[in-house]
Design a protein around this ligand. Structure first.
Ligand code: GLN
Length: 314
């Protein structure tokens, strides 16, 4: 089967950008005050292939907060350091089907664990389980890992970090509940602070596509040539994105686009075609589940038009 050429990829990006830039559906996240103020018209798309080719259109060089897009990458690092079995036992790897900030999901889980690493409870637990003696060491592991995935230095957006720290009462509750069930691997305040900081890291659509392309490429960053994680960890991370990457809308997403993806409330989404490429999109207005409207429409269209829906036989 013929793979799409670079020219076809570039054209597909341009077509989707043109088609969806006028979309007015959705609304910026407003529970984090910083995100409510971001320009809603921003819209960027990027593809990075496993051969290191890069295609972009629109605001693909605009930095935005990574938010929940941080979760699969920290999870992958955790699996590398402690093994997948510990993640399966202490967090769980089934879909929750619940919103990203669900407390019910923890209560309903048979062991009172998060249930899945890509919701807030699971991501806070992941951060807490990274082997580290100090908060500084824990943060450095998270940050170095993002930089290795992106092949670039991703800075913390201090304004976002402050905005989230000042308002994250919901995540404080989740963390306290996890602590009460004794499932955290570090002091609760340290886990929440490093989690909040990882959500505040700035990324561009191009950098995000590179991070996704590292997963598509069996754990080797196609731009730097460095191995970041093992192929086994990349495969497991992608399976978790397929089952829980867009929270309670994940099934709907997989049905429409047919590829594993992850969203963040900053407006980013990255989707991965294993062995081929990753596509990232950024646009702030979100649907009710917290997933960017333009990003979902653009990615689903590009992937389907390039013949890369994983469930399509031709
Ligand atoms: N920092 C955000 C939070 O913890 C991330 C949520 C998201 O992107 N879905 O609520």
């Amino acid at each position: 089967e013929a793979r799409p050429s670079g020219a076809e990829m570039q054209q597909a990006l341009q077509k989707a950008h043109q088609q969806f830039k006028g979309t007015k559906d959705g609304k910026n996240a407003d529970y984090i005050p910083y995100l409510a103020k971001v320009d809603s018209s921003l819209f960027g798309l990027a593809i990075v292939t496993v051969d290191g080719e890069v295609y972009t259109v629109g605001d693909a060089a605009s930095p935005f907060p990574i938010e929940s897009l941080s979760k699969p990458f920290t999870l992958a690092r955790l699996m590398e350091e402690v093994g997948a079995k510990k993640v399966e036992d202490k967090i769980g790897v089934d879909a929750t089907g619940q919103p990203f900030n669900s407390i019910i999901a923890i209560e309903m889980n048979k062991d009172h664990r998060a249930g899945n690493p890509l919701v807030n409870a699971g991501a806070i637990t992941s951060v807490s389980m990274l082997p580290a003696k100090t908060p500084e060491e824990r943060w450095k592991k998270v940050s170095d890992n993002f930089n290795a995935f992106a092949g670039d230095n991703l800075p913390v957006n201090q304004e976002v970090y402050k905005s989230e720290t000042d308002t994250n009462t919901r995540n404080q509750s989740i963390t306290a509940l996890l602590e009460s069930y004794d499932v955290l691997g570090s002091p609760a305040d340290q886990a929440l602070d490093v989690y909040t900081r990882q959500c505040s890291v700035n990324v561009t659509a191009k950098q995000l596509a590179t991070m996704g392309a590292t997963l598509a490429n069996g754990g080797i960053n196609p731009l730097t040539g460095n191995r970041v994680i093992s192929a086994d960890t990349a495969r497991r991370t992608l399976a978790l994105m397929a089952t829980n990457g867009l929270y309670e809308n994940t099934g709907e997403w997989l049905y429409q686009a047919g590829v594993p993806a992850k969203s963040g409330v900053g407006g980013g989404i990255v989707a991965v075609v294993p062995g081929r490429y990753a596509i990232a999109a950024f646009s702030p207005p979100l649907d009710k589940a917290g997933n960017s409207v333009r990003a979902q429409r653009a990615i689903a269209q590009v992937v389907n038009s390039l013949g890369d829906n994983l469930y399509a036989s031709t």
